[in-house]
Design a protein around this ligand. Structure first.
Ligand code: PGA
Ligand code: MN
Ligand code: MN
Length: 626
């Protein structure tokens, strides 16, 4: 018989290693792998290296299973179809575990559950994990996926090792994070974030598996053991539920580490904007999922001479430098953007990025090997279309071709307008922070906050219509989503706001904070008042003028914040209703104030930071004087 590489697992014996050399695993990683192999009992172990050969092997495997298909019109591009029951993040089954509850949750007046950072006790989590993970990989391969959030080996980067039984997760993590044996070298004798993921369907499966996409929605759990820097995810193979480096490590875990260490992990795009004179400004934009961060980051400006370059489209790690400036870096390696609706008009950048080495998930495909989704129907020229569920689709069909939360995963480096500093470990100096959600009524196109604390208040009061990025998204009702971080704040919401407020210190050059609303509708016709997308550059231009020294145009003071004067916003060539776009009404703000107060009372109760209380009463005073 051939000599076989194995890992000796205590209490179990040798487990075959089909790829990679376990001798090259750092001691603590080997220990982690062996312990979890004992727990989950995979048939074999596969140590990943992030190479294109590995990508091809995963693609072959998934293709054989009928989950993946090659999209022949591009190179090394694939379409994946998930189970229709596994298409989005599940916030209600996402938990944070800390020894003390108050680290994670604010005390509530009633027993109402936290909308932010749901706590689970260590004891209960142990029970939940015991009910799921033992033997969960029986008959499956356990992939050992070493990855880094941030450039490998850099000061602020986080080394992680994810164990998973999903080849799809291996395929997509290679795009979204830096997967490399160099991460193992960077770990050395040190610690690393431990990620344990299983789709939750051991073999032989006793249930039928729709689309051959194993998942266990009824047993789904995503848990963060903050003190141990451990992430446990069970039952889903999709997106933020399974690509653990993204939302779990780079946002929830990182935000709680940032709280302890004095920095911020935020749900933000990072962009560079260059004006026709060649002057560059860096902006961070925080918005809930599905509200336009990726579109903004990949924007083709409608004004001549302007340029936008991508640093990051979803996550920013930010800390103040010795020079007093706020530096933002992108810990990710790729973009996991919403595919449906991305077109030449809404997001030409996305389409230019999708040329090679990418994966689309839950989109449709054409018989000549292209992706297809809502907004691209006019490009069908006689080809046959297969929808996201694998069924024949025709123009005019009732159901849309792609799932509303269909995604593309593509390397940042494959985007033509990537910024040369996109992978700088230090990051780029941020001059302005913009926040925004989908607000059909009442909120102006752009507002400048009066101060840092007012900006933090506006961001904390952010609301948006629900989107398909998380389940359930049955209603389009307005939801509170502080800083666009409601699903991603990894610790006590009151402490989170205090942490934001505490960023303002003497000697620091605080970025200005703005609120934008691309989604305001006419109160009578219901039509969008603003064309959005590439035209948003006009708003960025004003923001930059207000941010850059010596160029301050005057502003109008409203109860909500500073507003631009009509003559200072470049609106040439646009037919827009300036008055409606910027209308600030007393009645509306009164309701807004009341709802914000109720929300803070429900979610923060006695832990509302004093400064936020002051902002609320100052807001009230301004409304009264209207
Ligand atoms: P998003 O992230 O929902 O913030 O776009 C994708 C995901 O977590 O699935
Ligand atoms: Mn996101
Ligand atoms: Mn996005």
């Amino acid at each position: 018989a051939l000599a076989q590489t194995v890992i000796l697992v205590d209490g179990l014996g040798p487990v075959p290693v089909v790829k990679g050399d376990p001798k090259l695993l750092p001691r603590k990683v080997l220990q982690f792998v062996a312990q979890k192999a004992f727990l989950m009992r995979p048939r074999a172990i596969y140590i990943c290296d992030g190479s294109i050969y590995e990508r091809d092997e995963m693609a072959r495997k998934l293709t054989a299973q009928g989950v993946l298909k090659k999209l022949g019109a591009y190179s090394d591009a694939y379409i994946a179809r998930t189970s229709p029951e596994d298409t989005a993040r599940v916030e209600a089954r996402t938990f944070v575990t800390t020894k003390s509850k108050k680290v994670t949750e604010t005390k509530k007046p009633d027993k109402g559950s936290s909308e932010i950072a749901r706590w689970m006790s260590p004891e209960q989590l142990s029970d939940e994990l015991d009910a799921r993970f033992p033997f969960c990989m029986r008959g499956r391969m356990m992939y050992v996926l070493p990855f880094s959030m941030g450039p490998i080996g850099c000061q602020f980067s986080k080394n992680c090792v994810q164990l998973t039984d999903s080849p799809y997760v291996v395929l997509v993590t290679r795009i979204m994070a830096r997967v490399s044996p160099a991460v193992l070298d960077a770990i050395g004798d040190g610690d690393f974030v431990k990620c344990i993921h299983s789709v939750g369907v051991p073999r032989p499966s006793v249930v039928k598996i729709p689309h051959n996409w194993p998942c266990a929605p009824s047993k789904l759990i995503i848990a963060h053991r903050m003190e141990k820097k451990e992430i446990w995810s069970f039952g889903s193979g999709y997106g933020g539920n399974s690509l653990l480096g993204k939302k779990c490590v780079a946002l929830r875990l990182a935000s709680s580490m940032g709280k302890a260490e004095g920095w911020l992990a935020e749900h933000m795009a990072i962009i560079s904007v260059t004006n026709p004179k060649g002057e560059e400004t860096f902006i961070a934009a925080g918005m809930p999922s599905g509200c336009g961060k990726t579109n903004l980051a990949l924007m083709k400006p409608a004004l001549p001479g302007w340029k936008i370059q991508l640093i990051g489209d979803d996550i920013a790690w930010m800390r103040f430098g010795k020079d007093g400036k706020l530096y933002a870096m992108n810990p990710e390696n790729g973009m996991f953007g919403i595919a449906a609706g991305s077109t030449d008009r809404t997001n030409p950048g996305a389409l230019t990025a999708l040329k090679r080495d990418f994966v689309v998930t839950n989109t449709a495909e054409t018989s000549d090997g292209r992706y297809l989704w809502q907004g691209l129907e006019d490009e069908i020229k006689g080809q046959e279309v297969t929808d996201w569920k694998g069924k024949a689709w025709k123009k005019g069909s009732k159901a849309p071709p792609a799932h509303a939360n269909s995604r593309f995963a593509v390397h940042c480096a494959d985007y033509p307008n990537i910024h040369p500093l996109w992978d700088s470990p230090k990051g780029v100096p941020i001059s302005a922070i913009i926040y925004g959600g989908r607000r059909p009524a009442g909120i102006p196109l752009v507002t400048e906050s009066f101060s840092w604390s007012h900006g933090v208040f506006l961001a904390a009061a952010l609301k948006s219509e629900a989107t398909a990025a998380s389940v359930p998204a049955a209603t389009s009702d307005l939801q509170h989503d502080p800083m666009g971080m409601r699903p991603f704040i990894g610790y006590n919401f009151g402490d989170y706001l205090k942490h934001w407020l505490s960023m303002e210190k003497p000697g620091r050059r605080m970025p200005k904070i703005f609120h934008v609303n691309w989604y305001r509708c006419h109160p009578v016709t219901g039509e969008l008042l603003w064309p959005g997308f590439g035209e948003n550059i006009r708003v960025l231009e004003w923001i930059i003028k207000r941010t850059t020294k010596g160029q301050y145009p005057a502003v109008l003071k409203s109860a909500y914040g500073y507003l631009p004067r009509q003559e200072d916003l470049s609106l040439c060539g646009l037919q827009v209703d300036f008055k409606e776009l910027f209308k600030v009404e007393k009645k509306f703000l009164e309701t807004e104030l009341k709802e914000t107060r109720d929300y803070f009372r429900a979610q923060l109760y006695k832990e509302t930071p004093a400064r936020i209380g002051i902002e609320l009463s100052e807001f009230e005073d301004r409304i009264t004087r209207m």
